[in-house]
Ligand binder design. Structure first.
Ligand code: HEC
Length: 116
């Protein structure tokens, strides 16, 4: 029952609808600088991306055990250079955090499924 254990660790009532909302938000708002999930394009691949500052992939962020929900929430709440202020609502931030932590759940039991 490994799955159940990981689900429990991911904590905070991570429901599928919230995770899905976080995923589309991440694709829209964060993918310019972050690879926001398996199968997502690497930022900076296109013409516009060559001078762009790139952040760590969300899968990598999710794997870092120091990055718990509370840390991620406060990190996203106060925009990081060079990210501009997106004025995200608390609900949007919760969705983003749920999505990022869901990558950890998927990444942990089957690392091979996750092509970088
Ligand atoms: C304009 C580029 C840019 C955008 C847009 C952007 N980021 Fe980042 N992000 C970065 C860079 C660069 C870093 C690494 C430097 C740092 O940690 O400050 C980073 C780091 C992070 C981290 C790392 C935390 C850690 O310490 O491991 C998180 C979480 C994060 N971003 C979340 C987001 C989310 C969520 C969005 C979308 C709402 C987003 N970022 C949009 C550039 C960006």
């Amino acid at each position: 029952m490994t799955i159940a254990v990981f689900a429990a660790q991911a904590g905070d009532a991570a429901d599928p609808a919230q995770i899905a909302a976080g995923k589309s938000l991440a694709e829209a708002a964060c993918s310019a600088c972050h690879k926001v999930g398996p199968g997502q394009p690497q930022p900076g691949a296109g013409e516009a991306g060559k001078d762009r500052v790139k952040g760590p992939s969300f899968t990598r962020i999710a794997r870092d055990r120091r990055n718990d929900g509370l840390y991620l929430h406060s990190f996203i709440k106060f925009p990081h250079y060079p990210m501009r202020d997106l004025s995200l609502s608390e609900g949007q931030i919760d969705s983003l955090v749920a999505y990022i932590l869901s990558l950890r759940k998927k990444a942990s039991p089957k690392p091979a499924a996750e092509a970088q």
